[in-house]
Design a binder for this molecule. Structure first.
Ligand code: NAD
Ligand code: GLY
Length: 365
């Protein structure tokens, strides 16, 4: 489907780039030609996306340059340091040079991995992100955080490497399974909770069936890109304000690492984290309980669970101490001080966090 394509201009310290959003956007990004025509390009494509959309991708890139393609298997475990080392060898052997561009086509795993390759290869070459999951469109492709995992933890080795271009082609979402759509909705709901008021209204008016239509997905991706880029422009390297984007993530990351990243998506973990951090905001006297309830009702309306059986509170507390957001052994939280009013870098007493976890997201058995 071809249709209206919108653009969000993101200004960063190293220059500006566009996020092109819309159905058929991959055919409507003429600046790709300049970026791709300079030397052989490294195209990193997720294997599922290649299977479902290989012919479409080929047709969109036809005549734009010369490509070497690396198919990346499905799974967070492939976003690893050893896999990156292998990929660097492959890039060299494939003739990728300092004038080359990397194109990452897939979800957040492929985007983080290919961005990491681009950030480090020959001290940095351009990356074009082509996100194909809702999560990657609303969050991971915008803002320049790239990383791989090591055995000690997720996203521990990484860089800030802003893309040269992001092309969010809504047509890819037509094949995305419902659970992956929900995964991305969690991050879009986060934007709605921390200040994207038009998105909040859209979510309040809609339901899962209405928002999965292409026009609504377009609006969700466009508004998220606008919102996230406005935060990143003010604080590119997370010296302060950008930490509001971590709302739900202090607890969410602890849930993911406690479960060893198996059987739970990033978005579902963030939804649990938001449920807990809304309650922390209420108990800290920052947020009205009625508004917290409005938010948790939205999480449930969009199929995100706000409780999970069998999570171990002590385990969650221990994992929070290892988080990147922790300093001096104390977890830091982004919280809400009112509807759409985030605050960041808040320390919360362990006893309060422990009680909230036990009372809210953790259910017995
Ligand atoms: P993912 O990349 O694993 O994709 C999820 C699944 O969707 C995969 O199985 C994939 O094969 C499939 N898929 C992708 N596109 C598809 C399509 N169009 N149709 C059908 N299936 C499709 O996961 P994700 O949720 O997109 O990303 C999660 C990753 O993003 C995590 O590693 C997380 O750390 C990272 N992340 C990074 C940032 C950042 O700022 N850099 C922000 C949030 C999350
Ligand atoms: N996903 C949070 C950030 O990009 O800062």
């Amino acid at each position: 489907m071809d249709g209206t394509v919108k653009r969000v201009r993101v200004k960063t310290s190293g220059g500006s780039y566009d996020v092109v959003v819309g159905p058929g956007a991959l055919r409507h990004a003429p600046e790709m030609r300049d970026l791709l025509g300079r030397d052989v390009c490294a195209m990193i494509v997720n294997e599922t996306v290649q299977g479902l959309h290989g012919a479409y991708i080929r047709s969109c890139f036809e005549g734009l340059g010369e490509f070497r393609t690396h198919i990346m298997p499905d799974g967070e475990e492939y976003k690893s340091f050893p896999q990156a080392e292998r990929a660097f060898d492959w890039m060299l052997a494939s003739g990728i040079s300092r004038r080359s561009t990397v194109v990452g086509i897939g979800g957040g795993v492929t985007g983080d991995f290919s961005g990491f390759l681009a950030a480090l290869f020959m001290r940095g070459i351009p990356i074009i992100h082509v996100p194909t999951t809702l999560l990657a469109m609303v969050d991971s492709s915008v803002g320049g955080k790239v990383a791989v995992n090591i055995s000690a933890g997720k996203n521990i080795i990484g860089a800030f490497h802003q893309p040269a271009l992001v092309v969010a082609d809504i047509d890819f979402l037509g094949t995305l399974p419902d659970n992956e759509l929900r995964n991305g909705l969690a991050e879009a709901l986060k934007h709605a909770f921390i200040g994207e008021n038009a998105l909040f209204e859209l979510f309040e008016k809609g339901d899962f069936d209405s928002i999965r239509k292409a026009e609504s997905l377009m609006e969700i991706v466009y508004r998220s890109a606008l919102f996230k880029s406005s935060v990143v422009e003010r604080d590119e390297r997370e010296g302060g304000l950008r930490a509001i984007l971590n709302f739900g993530h202090t607890v969410g990351h602890a849930v993911e690492s406690l479960l060893e990243y198996r059987g739970i998506s990033h978005g579902q973990a963030v939804a649990l984290g938001m449920a807990a951090e809304l309650e922390i905001s209420v108990r800290a006297g920052l947020l009205d309980r009625a508004h917290a309830r409005r938010c948790t009702e939205l999480l449930e309306r969009y199929g995100l669970r706000i409780r999970r059986a069998g999570l171990d509170v002590d385990g969650l507390m221990a994992h929070m101490k290892y988080d990147k957001k922790t300093s001096l052994g104390r977890a830091r939280f982004a919280l809400l001080s009112g509807p759409g009013k985030p605050v960041y870098d808040r320390e919360v007493l362990d006893d309060v966090v422990r009680a909230v976890l036990a009372d809210t997201i953790v259910t017995g058995g």
